[in-house]
Design a binder for this molecule. Structure first.
Ligand code: NDP
Length: 448
Protein backbone atom coordinates (compact mmCIF):
# COMPACT_ATOMS: atom_id res chain seq x y z
CA UNK A 1 0.00 0.00 0.00
CA UNK A 2 1.33 3.47 -0.84
CA UNK A 3 1.55 6.24 1.76
CA UNK A 4 -1.12 8.18 -0.09
CA UNK A 5 -3.63 5.33 -0.21
CA UNK A 6 -2.93 4.45 3.45
CA UNK A 7 -3.62 8.05 4.52
CA UNK A 8 -6.81 8.09 2.44
CA UNK A 9 -7.95 4.84 4.04
CA UNK A 10 -7.39 6.12 7.60
CA UNK A 11 -9.22 9.35 6.76
CA UNK A 12 -12.13 7.47 5.18
CA UNK A 13 -12.54 5.27 8.25
CA UNK A 14 -12.34 8.26 10.56
CA UNK A 15 -14.97 10.18 8.60
CA UNK A 16 -17.30 7.17 8.72
CA UNK A 17 -16.98 7.00 12.49
CA UNK A 18 -17.11 10.75 13.19
CA UNK A 19 -19.07 12.25 10.29
CA UNK A 20 -20.73 14.87 12.49
CA UNK A 21 -17.53 16.07 14.24
CA UNK A 22 -16.51 18.60 11.61
CA UNK A 23 -13.74 20.47 13.45
CA UNK A 24 -12.12 17.18 14.46
CA UNK A 25 -12.23 15.86 10.89
CA UNK A 26 -10.90 19.21 9.61
CA UNK A 27 -7.89 19.06 11.95
CA UNK A 28 -7.00 15.47 10.98
CA UNK A 29 -7.63 16.14 7.29
CA UNK A 30 -5.22 19.07 7.38
CA UNK A 31 -2.63 16.98 9.18
CA UNK A 32 -2.36 13.49 7.72
CA UNK A 33 -1.80 14.34 4.02
CA UNK A 34 1.29 16.40 4.92
CA UNK A 35 2.94 13.20 6.26
CA UNK A 36 3.00 11.44 2.89
CA UNK A 37 6.71 11.84 2.06
CA UNK A 38 7.69 11.05 5.65
CA UNK A 39 5.69 7.80 5.51
CA UNK A 40 7.47 6.87 2.26
CA UNK A 41 10.66 6.83 4.32
CA UNK A 42 9.13 5.14 7.38
CA UNK A 43 7.11 2.27 5.99
CA UNK A 44 6.90 0.52 9.39
CA UNK A 45 4.26 3.13 10.31
CA UNK A 46 2.07 1.79 7.53
CA UNK A 47 2.89 -1.85 8.33
CA UNK A 48 1.97 -1.35 12.00
CA UNK A 49 -1.11 0.75 11.12
CA UNK A 50 0.10 3.46 13.49
CA UNK A 51 -1.97 6.28 12.00
CA UNK A 52 -5.15 4.51 13.10
CA UNK A 53 -3.67 4.30 16.59
CA UNK A 54 -2.61 7.93 16.79
CA UNK A 55 -5.97 9.37 15.69
CA UNK A 56 -7.71 7.41 18.45
CA UNK A 57 -7.58 9.14 21.88
CA UNK A 58 -6.23 7.02 24.72
CA UNK A 59 -9.19 8.16 26.82
CA UNK A 60 -12.18 10.50 26.50
CA UNK A 61 -14.05 11.55 29.61
CA UNK A 62 -17.42 13.26 29.70
CA UNK A 63 -19.16 14.37 32.88
CA UNK A 64 -21.90 16.64 34.10
CA UNK A 65 -21.25 19.71 36.22
CA UNK A 66 -24.16 20.65 38.47
CA UNK A 67 -24.00 24.09 40.10
CA UNK A 68 -26.27 26.70 41.64
CA UNK A 69 -26.62 30.23 40.24
CA UNK A 70 -26.94 33.41 42.33
CA UNK A 71 -30.74 33.17 42.26
CA UNK A 72 -30.59 29.69 43.80
CA UNK A 73 -31.58 27.99 40.53
CA UNK A 74 -29.98 24.61 39.75
CA UNK A 75 -27.92 24.56 36.57
CA UNK A 76 -26.07 21.84 34.73
CA UNK A 77 -23.30 21.93 32.11
CA UNK A 78 -21.46 19.26 30.19
CA UNK A 79 -17.68 18.86 30.51
CA UNK A 80 -15.07 16.89 28.59
CA UNK A 81 -11.45 15.84 28.81
CA UNK A 82 -9.66 14.11 26.00
CA UNK A 83 -6.46 12.40 27.16
CA UNK A 84 -5.17 11.97 23.65
CA UNK A 85 -1.59 10.75 23.70
CA UNK A 86 0.91 10.12 26.50
CA UNK A 87 3.83 8.76 24.44
CA UNK A 88 6.17 11.59 25.42
CA UNK A 89 4.76 12.73 28.76
CA UNK A 90 1.69 13.29 30.93
CA UNK A 91 -1.32 14.66 29.04
CA UNK A 92 -1.07 18.43 28.84
CA UNK A 93 -3.44 21.00 27.37
CA UNK A 94 -5.92 23.67 28.32
CA UNK A 95 -9.52 23.78 29.45
CA UNK A 96 -11.96 25.88 27.45
CA UNK A 97 -15.15 27.33 28.96
CA UNK A 98 -17.29 28.52 26.06
CA UNK A 99 -20.88 27.69 25.01
CA UNK A 100 -19.67 26.17 21.71
CA UNK A 101 -17.46 23.56 23.44
CA UNK A 102 -18.41 20.05 22.36
CA UNK A 103 -16.72 16.72 21.68
CA UNK A 104 -15.65 17.72 18.17
CA UNK A 105 -13.94 20.90 19.38
CA UNK A 106 -12.21 19.13 22.26
CA UNK A 107 -11.00 16.33 19.96
CA UNK A 108 -9.61 18.76 17.37
CA UNK A 109 -7.82 20.78 20.03
CA UNK A 110 -6.48 17.64 21.71
CA UNK A 111 -5.25 16.17 18.44
CA UNK A 112 -3.34 19.35 17.53
CA UNK A 113 -2.00 19.59 21.06
CA UNK A 114 -0.10 16.28 20.72
CA UNK A 115 2.13 17.67 17.96
CA UNK A 116 2.39 21.18 19.37
CA UNK A 117 3.65 19.79 22.66
CA UNK A 118 6.07 17.57 20.83
CA UNK A 119 7.50 20.58 18.97
CA UNK A 120 8.40 22.27 22.27
CA UNK A 121 10.97 19.52 22.86
CA UNK A 122 9.63 19.13 26.42
CA UNK A 123 8.21 15.97 28.07
CA UNK A 124 4.49 16.63 27.62
CA UNK A 125 1.80 14.49 26.00
CA UNK A 126 -1.38 15.86 24.42
CA UNK A 127 -4.76 16.52 26.01
CA UNK A 128 -7.52 19.12 26.04
CA UNK A 129 -10.84 19.71 27.73
CA UNK A 130 -13.49 22.12 28.78
CA UNK A 131 -17.16 22.76 29.19
CA UNK A 132 -20.07 24.49 27.47
CA UNK A 133 -20.29 26.77 30.52
CA UNK A 134 -20.12 30.48 29.58
CA UNK A 135 -18.26 32.57 32.18
CA UNK A 136 -19.39 35.76 30.40
CA UNK A 137 -21.98 37.63 32.43
CA UNK A 138 -21.56 35.33 35.45
CA UNK A 139 -20.65 36.68 38.89
CA UNK A 140 -17.36 35.69 40.55
CA UNK A 141 -19.39 33.54 42.99
CA UNK A 142 -21.09 31.68 40.14
CA UNK A 143 -17.76 31.07 38.40
CA UNK A 144 -16.32 29.82 41.71
CA UNK A 145 -19.21 27.43 42.36
CA UNK A 146 -18.99 26.11 38.80
CA UNK A 147 -15.22 25.59 39.04
CA UNK A 148 -15.54 23.82 42.40
CA UNK A 149 -18.18 21.45 41.06
CA UNK A 150 -16.15 20.86 37.87
CA UNK A 151 -13.07 19.95 39.89
CA UNK A 152 -14.97 17.70 42.33
CA UNK A 153 -15.41 15.25 39.45
CA UNK A 154 -12.35 16.15 37.37
CA UNK A 155 -9.82 15.59 40.18
CA UNK A 156 -10.30 11.83 39.80
CA UNK A 157 -8.66 11.98 36.39
CA UNK A 158 -5.66 14.30 36.78
CA UNK A 159 -2.34 14.55 38.62
CA UNK A 160 1.15 16.03 38.13
CA UNK A 161 2.37 12.85 36.36
CA UNK A 162 -0.96 11.93 34.77
CA UNK A 163 -2.68 14.94 33.24
CA UNK A 164 -1.90 18.61 33.85
CA UNK A 165 -4.58 21.01 32.54
CA UNK A 166 -4.21 24.78 32.01
CA UNK A 167 -6.34 27.62 30.59
CA UNK A 168 -7.77 28.36 27.15
CA UNK A 169 -10.72 30.48 25.96
CA UNK A 170 -12.76 31.56 29.00
CA UNK A 171 -10.29 30.06 31.48
CA UNK A 172 -7.75 32.49 32.90
CA UNK A 173 -6.11 33.08 36.28
CA UNK A 174 -9.44 33.49 38.10
CA UNK A 175 -10.81 30.14 36.93
CA UNK A 176 -7.50 28.26 37.40
CA UNK A 177 -7.27 29.72 40.94
CA UNK A 178 -10.72 28.36 41.86
CA UNK A 179 -10.00 24.99 40.22
CA UNK A 180 -6.69 24.75 42.07
CA UNK A 181 -8.30 25.64 45.40
CA UNK A 182 -10.83 22.84 45.07
CA UNK A 183 -8.19 20.31 43.97
CA UNK A 184 -6.13 21.26 47.02
CA UNK A 185 -9.12 20.87 49.32
CA UNK A 186 -9.71 17.34 48.07
CA UNK A 187 -6.12 16.10 47.62
CA UNK A 188 -3.74 18.36 49.54
CA UNK A 189 -1.33 20.92 48.14
CA UNK A 190 -0.14 19.63 44.76
CA UNK A 191 1.29 22.61 42.91
CA UNK A 192 2.09 20.72 39.69
CA UNK A 193 -1.44 19.55 38.95
CA UNK A 194 -2.48 22.66 37.01
CA UNK A 195 -0.56 25.36 35.18
CA UNK A 196 -1.40 28.97 34.51
CA UNK A 197 -1.95 29.28 38.25
CA UNK A 198 -2.03 32.69 39.94
CA UNK A 199 1.45 33.82 40.99
CA UNK A 200 0.49 33.59 44.69
CA UNK A 201 -0.26 29.87 44.20
CA UNK A 202 3.02 28.81 42.52
CA UNK A 203 2.12 29.99 39.04
CA UNK A 204 5.03 30.89 36.77
CA UNK A 205 6.06 34.41 35.95
CA UNK A 206 5.59 35.07 32.20
CA UNK A 207 2.97 32.31 31.76
CA UNK A 208 0.23 34.91 31.20
CA UNK A 209 2.34 36.55 28.49
CA UNK A 210 3.79 33.34 27.02
CA UNK A 211 1.44 32.48 24.14
CA UNK A 212 1.27 36.03 22.76
CA UNK A 213 4.98 36.74 23.29
CA UNK A 214 5.90 33.33 21.86
CA UNK A 215 3.82 34.01 18.76
CA UNK A 216 5.68 37.24 18.11
CA UNK A 217 9.07 35.58 18.80
CA UNK A 218 8.17 32.97 16.19
CA UNK A 219 7.35 35.71 13.65
CA UNK A 220 10.54 37.54 14.61
CA UNK A 221 12.58 34.41 13.80
CA UNK A 222 10.78 33.91 10.49
CA UNK A 223 11.46 37.55 9.54
CA UNK A 224 15.09 37.40 10.66
CA UNK A 225 15.59 34.34 8.48
CA UNK A 226 14.45 36.54 5.58
CA UNK A 227 16.70 39.48 6.60
CA UNK A 228 13.71 41.43 7.91
CA UNK A 229 12.28 42.53 11.27
CA UNK A 230 9.07 43.70 12.94
CA UNK A 231 10.22 47.32 13.01
CA UNK A 232 7.65 49.61 11.34
CA UNK A 233 5.49 46.69 10.26
CA UNK A 234 1.71 47.13 10.34
CA UNK A 235 0.04 44.28 12.19
CA UNK A 236 -3.60 43.23 12.40
CA UNK A 237 -4.64 41.21 15.45
CA UNK A 238 -8.01 39.58 16.13
CA UNK A 239 -9.40 38.97 19.61
CA UNK A 240 -8.73 40.88 22.80
CA UNK A 241 -8.15 38.02 25.21
CA UNK A 242 -5.03 36.55 26.73
CA UNK A 243 -3.22 35.64 23.51
CA UNK A 244 -4.14 38.86 21.66
CA UNK A 245 -3.19 41.23 24.47
CA UNK A 246 0.34 39.87 24.88
CA UNK A 247 0.88 39.49 21.13
CA UNK A 248 0.01 43.19 20.79
CA UNK A 249 2.33 44.06 23.68
CA UNK A 250 5.36 42.26 22.22
CA UNK A 251 4.73 43.38 18.63
CA UNK A 252 4.57 47.01 19.81
CA UNK A 253 7.71 46.55 21.90
CA UNK A 254 9.55 45.31 18.79
CA UNK A 255 8.57 48.40 16.80
CA UNK A 256 5.41 47.32 14.98
CA UNK A 257 2.16 49.29 14.84
CA UNK A 258 -0.85 47.16 15.77
CA UNK A 259 -3.95 48.50 14.04
CA UNK A 260 -6.76 46.37 15.43
CA UNK A 261 -8.21 44.16 18.12
CA UNK A 262 -11.67 42.62 18.40
CA UNK A 263 -14.18 40.53 20.31
CA UNK A 264 -17.12 38.48 19.10
CA UNK A 265 -19.27 41.66 18.82
CA UNK A 266 -17.01 43.71 16.51
CA UNK A 267 -13.57 45.19 16.01
CA UNK A 268 -11.57 48.34 16.72
CA UNK A 269 -9.39 50.00 14.06
CA UNK A 270 -6.98 52.57 15.42
CA UNK A 271 -4.62 54.00 12.79
CA UNK A 272 -2.44 55.48 15.57
CA UNK A 273 -1.85 52.02 17.01
CA UNK A 274 -3.89 50.20 19.65
CA UNK A 275 -3.72 51.70 23.15
CA UNK A 276 -2.92 48.50 25.01
CA UNK A 277 -3.26 49.90 28.54
CA UNK A 278 -6.83 50.78 27.69
CA UNK A 279 -7.53 47.32 26.21
CA UNK A 280 -6.13 45.70 29.37
CA UNK A 281 -8.27 47.96 31.53
CA UNK A 282 -11.42 47.11 29.52
CA UNK A 283 -10.82 43.35 29.24
CA UNK A 284 -8.80 42.36 32.29
CA UNK A 285 -10.10 44.78 34.94
CA UNK A 286 -13.61 45.74 33.87
CA UNK A 287 -14.30 42.47 31.97
CA UNK A 288 -16.25 44.63 29.54
CA UNK A 289 -16.62 44.80 25.72
CA UNK A 290 -14.05 46.15 23.28
CA UNK A 291 -16.44 48.80 21.94
CA UNK A 292 -15.75 50.82 25.15
CA UNK A 293 -12.41 51.68 23.46
CA UNK A 294 -13.98 54.45 21.34
CA UNK A 295 -15.36 56.20 24.44
CA UNK A 296 -11.73 57.18 25.12
CA UNK A 297 -10.21 57.18 21.61
CA UNK A 298 -12.83 59.03 19.64
CA UNK A 299 -10.65 58.99 16.49
CA UNK A 300 -10.61 55.19 16.42
CA UNK A 301 -13.33 53.26 14.61
CA UNK A 302 -15.54 50.54 16.05
CA UNK A 303 -17.08 48.26 13.42
CA UNK A 304 -20.00 46.43 14.98
CA UNK A 305 -20.81 42.84 13.96
CA UNK A 306 -17.88 42.49 11.54
CA UNK A 307 -14.76 40.37 11.67
CA UNK A 308 -11.42 42.14 11.66
CA UNK A 309 -10.61 40.16 8.50
CA UNK A 310 -12.97 42.40 6.50
CA UNK A 311 -10.57 45.33 7.08
CA UNK A 312 -9.72 47.18 3.86
CA UNK A 313 -6.50 48.92 4.99
CA UNK A 314 -2.96 47.92 4.00
CA UNK A 315 -0.94 45.86 6.49
CA UNK A 316 2.01 43.44 6.59
CA UNK A 317 1.24 40.76 9.16
CA UNK A 318 -1.98 39.05 10.25
CA UNK A 319 -2.14 37.51 13.73
CA UNK A 320 -5.44 35.65 14.21
CA UNK A 321 -5.73 35.21 18.00
CA UNK A 322 -9.46 34.64 18.62
CA UNK A 323 -10.89 31.26 17.64
CA UNK A 324 -11.13 28.39 15.15
CA UNK A 325 -12.17 29.05 11.55
CA UNK A 326 -12.25 32.83 11.92
CA UNK A 327 -10.50 33.12 8.50
CA UNK A 328 -12.45 31.56 5.64
CA UNK A 329 -11.49 31.81 1.97
CA UNK A 330 -13.07 35.29 1.57
CA UNK A 331 -11.22 36.57 4.61
CA UNK A 332 -7.99 35.06 3.27
CA UNK A 333 -8.52 36.97 0.01
CA UNK A 334 -8.99 40.21 1.98
CA UNK A 335 -5.75 39.51 3.86
CA UNK A 336 -3.92 39.01 0.56
CA UNK A 337 -5.46 42.20 -0.89
CA UNK A 338 -4.28 44.11 2.18
CA UNK A 339 -0.74 43.14 1.16
CA UNK A 340 0.00 40.89 4.14
CA UNK A 341 3.06 38.67 3.74
CA UNK A 342 2.71 36.62 6.93
CA UNK A 343 -0.22 34.92 8.67
CA UNK A 344 0.86 33.59 12.07
CA UNK A 345 -1.73 31.81 14.17
CA UNK A 346 -2.09 32.67 17.85
CA UNK A 347 -5.42 30.86 17.92
CA UNK A 348 -5.86 27.14 17.26
CA UNK A 349 -6.97 26.36 13.67
CA UNK A 350 -8.18 29.93 12.92
CA UNK A 351 -7.72 29.34 9.16
CA UNK A 352 -10.05 27.09 7.17
CA UNK A 353 -8.49 24.53 4.83
CA UNK A 354 -9.32 26.68 1.77
CA UNK A 355 -7.79 29.73 3.46
CA UNK A 356 -4.57 27.80 4.13
CA UNK A 357 -4.42 26.60 0.52
CA UNK A 358 -4.76 30.21 -0.68
CA UNK A 359 -1.88 31.57 1.43
CA UNK A 360 1.00 30.08 -0.52
CA UNK A 361 -0.72 30.91 -3.84
CA UNK A 362 -0.73 34.55 -2.70
CA UNK A 363 2.88 34.53 -1.55
CA UNK A 364 1.93 34.61 2.14
CA UNK A 365 4.15 32.79 4.63
CA UNK A 366 1.81 30.66 6.76
CA UNK A 367 2.90 29.99 10.36
CA UNK A 368 0.50 27.35 11.72
CA UNK A 369 -0.77 27.51 15.31
CA UNK A 370 0.83 24.20 16.22
CA UNK A 371 4.22 25.86 15.97
CA UNK A 372 3.51 29.58 16.37
CA UNK A 373 1.34 29.43 19.50
CA UNK A 374 3.31 26.71 21.32
CA UNK A 375 4.88 29.25 23.68
CA UNK A 376 1.98 28.99 26.13
CA UNK A 377 2.23 25.27 26.67
CA UNK A 378 6.03 25.47 26.67
CA UNK A 379 5.97 27.87 29.62
CA UNK A 380 3.34 25.68 31.25
CA UNK A 381 5.91 22.87 31.10
CA UNK A 382 8.45 25.26 32.66
CA UNK A 383 5.88 25.96 35.39
CA UNK A 384 5.70 22.19 36.01
CA UNK A 385 9.50 22.10 36.29
CA UNK A 386 9.50 24.98 38.80
CA UNK A 387 6.75 23.29 40.81
CA UNK A 388 8.66 19.98 40.91
CA UNK A 389 11.82 21.76 42.04
CA UNK A 390 9.78 23.95 44.45
CA UNK A 391 11.72 26.92 43.17
CA UNK A 392 10.36 29.95 41.30
CA UNK A 393 12.25 31.41 38.35
CA UNK A 394 12.51 35.10 37.52
CA UNK A 395 10.50 36.64 34.69
CA UNK A 396 13.73 37.16 32.75
CA UNK A 397 14.73 33.51 33.04
CA UNK A 398 11.35 32.20 31.88
CA UNK A 399 11.21 34.74 29.04
CA UNK A 400 14.72 33.88 27.86
CA UNK A 401 13.84 30.14 27.90
CA UNK A 402 10.71 30.95 25.91
CA UNK A 403 12.77 32.83 23.31
CA UNK A 404 15.10 29.85 22.94
CA UNK A 405 12.19 27.41 22.63
CA UNK A 406 10.42 29.51 19.97
CA UNK A 407 13.65 29.89 18.02
CA UNK A 408 14.21 26.14 18.14
CA UNK A 409 10.64 25.47 17.03
CA UNK A 410 11.08 27.83 14.09
CA UNK A 411 14.37 26.17 13.12
CA UNK A 412 13.04 22.60 13.37
CA UNK A 413 9.91 23.50 11.36
CA UNK A 414 11.91 25.31 8.72
CA UNK A 415 14.58 22.59 8.41
CA UNK A 416 12.01 19.80 8.32
CA UNK A 417 10.07 21.76 5.68
CA UNK A 418 13.23 22.09 3.57
CA UNK A 419 13.92 18.37 3.89
CA UNK A 420 10.44 17.05 3.04
CA UNK A 421 8.73 19.88 1.11
CA UNK A 422 10.13 23.37 0.61
CA UNK A 423 11.46 25.90 3.10
CA UNK A 424 8.34 28.08 3.25
CA UNK A 425 6.01 25.15 3.87
CA UNK A 426 6.07 25.53 7.64
CA UNK A 427 2.84 23.56 7.92
CA UNK A 428 4.50 20.42 6.55
CA UNK A 429 7.56 21.19 8.69
CA UNK A 430 5.53 21.54 11.90
CA UNK A 431 3.38 18.50 11.25
CA UNK A 432 6.23 16.17 10.31
CA UNK A 433 8.61 17.33 13.06
CA UNK A 434 5.88 17.12 15.73
CA UNK A 435 4.73 13.72 14.47
CA UNK A 436 8.21 12.22 14.24
CA UNK A 437 9.02 12.58 17.93
CA UNK A 438 5.67 11.14 19.06
CA UNK A 439 5.53 8.25 16.62
CA UNK A 440 9.10 7.16 17.34
CA UNK A 441 8.28 7.09 21.08
CA UNK A 442 5.13 5.08 20.33
CA UNK A 443 7.14 2.57 18.29
CA UNK A 444 9.67 2.08 21.10
CA UNK A 445 6.91 1.63 23.68
CA UNK A 446 5.14 -1.11 21.70
CA UNK A 447 1.42 -1.66 21.14
CA UNK A 448 -0.10 0.06 24.18
P1 NDP B 1 -9.61 34.40 25.78
O1 NDP B 1 -10.89 33.84 26.31
O2 NDP B 1 -8.70 35.11 26.69
O3 NDP B 1 -9.92 35.39 24.56
C1 NDP B 1 -10.60 34.95 23.43
C2 NDP B 1 -10.80 36.15 22.52
O4 NDP B 1 -11.30 35.69 21.27
C3 NDP B 1 -11.82 37.13 23.04
O5 NDP B 1 -11.54 38.42 22.58
C4 NDP B 1 -13.12 36.61 22.42
O6 NDP B 1 -14.16 37.57 22.30
C5 NDP B 1 -12.63 36.18 21.05
N1 NDP B 1 -13.50 35.12 20.56
C6 NDP B 1 -13.74 33.92 21.15
N2 NDP B 1 -14.64 33.23 20.41
C7 NDP B 1 -14.93 34.02 19.36
C8 NDP B 1 -15.78 33.87 18.24
N3 NDP B 1 -16.52 32.74 18.08
N4 NDP B 1 -15.82 34.88 17.33
C9 NDP B 1 -15.09 36.01 17.50
N5 NDP B 1 -14.28 36.21 18.56
C10 NDP B 1 -14.20 35.23 19.45
O7 NDP B 1 -8.88 33.17 25.06
P2 NDP B 1 -7.34 33.01 24.70
O8 NDP B 1 -6.77 34.31 24.30
O9 NDP B 1 -6.70 32.22 25.76
O10 NDP B 1 -7.43 32.05 23.42
C11 NDP B 1 -7.57 32.55 22.09
C12 NDP B 1 -7.17 31.47 21.11
O11 NDP B 1 -5.80 31.10 21.35
C13 NDP B 1 -7.95 30.16 21.16
O12 NDP B 1 -8.04 29.61 19.87
C14 NDP B 1 -7.07 29.27 22.04
O13 NDP B 1 -7.33 27.90 21.82
C15 NDP B 1 -5.70 29.69 21.54
N6 NDP B 1 -4.59 29.40 22.42
C16 NDP B 1 -4.57 29.87 23.70
C17 NDP B 1 -3.49 29.61 24.52
C18 NDP B 1 -3.38 30.18 25.89
O14 NDP B 1 -2.30 30.03 26.49
N7 NDP B 1 -4.38 30.86 26.41
C19 NDP B 1 -2.38 28.75 24.06
C20 NDP B 1 -2.45 28.39 22.65
C21 NDP B 1 -3.53 28.69 21.91
P3 NDP B 1 -15.45 37.45 23.26
O15 NDP B 1 -14.99 37.95 24.59
O16 NDP B 1 -16.49 38.32 22.63
O17 NDP B 1 -15.85 35.99 23.28
Amino acid sequence: MTSKSYIEQVLRELKEKHAEKKEFIQAVEEFLPTLEIYLDEHTEIIEKNLLSLIVEPERLIQFRVPWQDDKGKWQVNRAYRVQYNSAIGPYKGGLRFHPTTNESIVRFLGFEQIFKNSLTGLPIGGGKGGSDFDPKGKSDSEVMRFCQSFMTEFQKHIGPDIDVPAGDIGVGGREIGFLFGQYKRLNGYTAGVLTGKPLNSWGSLARTEATGYGLVYFVQNALKDRQDSLKDKKVVVSGSGNVSIYAIEKAQELGATVLTCSDSSGYIYDADGIDLDLVKEIKEVRRSRIKDYIDVHTDAVYVEGESVWTLKEAYDIALPCATQNEIDLNAAHEIAKAGAKIVAEGANMPSSKKAIDSYSKNGILYCPGKSANAGGVAVSALEMAQNSARLPWTFEKVDSELKIIMKNIYIVCSETASKYAEKNNLMAGANIAGFDRVIQAMISQGLV
